[in-house]
Design a protein around this ligand. Structure first.
Ligand SMILES: [Zn+2]
Length: 98
């Protein structure tokens, strides 16, 4: 029977399904018989899943963050640099309001 050390050594390949069938069989046998390694495999798979999800939400989350910065700048500029008075005088100067 495979030892826990050997199982952990093969864990990554086992999870990817990259092991030779005999080694794969021994890993399945070990994880079926050894709760510790079954738990380890389970937490490893969850970590991989969480890692993938975190990566996805990272690349997804950076876009709205950039949008927020872009959206804040013009509105801040509008309220600060374009008061109603100035807008009116610009429109008047442009001949839009007479
Ligand atoms: Zn074990």
């Amino acid at each position: 029977m495979m030892t826990c050390e050997q199982f952990i050594d093969h864990l990554l390949d086992f999870d990817e399904g990259d092991l030779p069938s005999e080694t794969d069989r021994l890993c399945r046998e070990h994880s079926a018989l050894c709760k510790q390694c079954a738990d380890y495999l389970d937490s490893y798979q969850k970590t991989v899943a969480v890692g993938k999800a975190a990566f996805k939400s990272d690349s997804h989350g950076s876009e709205p963050a950039a949008d927020t910065v872009d959206n804040q700048r013009p509105s801040a500029m509008e309220s600060y640099e374009l008061p109603e008075e100035l807008v009116q005088s610009i429109l008047t100067a442009a001949g839009a309001v007479r």
